[in-house]
Design a protein around this ligand. Sequence first.
Ligand SMILES: [Zn+2]
Length: 268
Amino acid sequence: MPITRRAFALGGTAAFAVSGLRPARAQTTARLGGMQIDMVTDGNLVLPRDFILGPMPDEGVEAILTQYNVPEGALTPPCNLTLLRHEDRVILFDVGSGPDFQPTAGLLPETLDAMGLYPEDITHLVITHGHPDHIWGLLDDFDEPYLPAAQILMGRVDFDYWTNANTVDTIDAARQSFAVGAQRRLAAVADLVTFFEDGEEILPGVAARASFGHTPGHMAFELRDGSESLMVIGDAIGNHHVAFALAGLALGFGSGSANGGANAGVAD
Ligand SMILES: [Zn+2]
């Protein structure tokens, strides 16, 4: 009997489960009218401290981190994605790091499996911006779309930035690999992408809100059912301790930066 990729993947998953090595996954669920919103972990990043804090003005940032017991050395920001189940739609906001960015990230497939979801179950993938921890999971180990049934929705401005051949030359040197990686992955799925602009209701109850800055076309999303709403903010907030303590402080990131921060306002 031939071993299909699907069987291979399932076999690997089963072995993982039997071995008892599956990490526990805390689950956070919010409800908004008929919407169910879950935090979905993709793991965490390990980033040099200066990568995130270096560009920030020195206004007591380190003191704030100390106050919240953030250890010295590398920062380990969590990568939290948002999963929205609404009527017959299963909508994922960002697709995580995939297999090739950092060994501590790219855990989305295991998380979905633990939730009883197959990649084929995701009907829509909505992208906040083109950083590695948000889009490198577009392709699986075989360079095929990880979410084969998902319609992909992405803001036009950020797509154009990351697929522009000049971006690799204009982005800062530490992030050139981000540009190369984004261009390759977005080119592979370009035919599957539906583009949108600021203010559009891209799906029922999901409105796109421009939050340009972290990247040139970064988008946040307002989820609404009835009188209540919730924002999926992507990386519009970087380090949450700093952001809430110094709400007026600009992140200090250039157009090509990544901070690996939490994805959703509902979690973290
Ligand atoms: Zn980012």
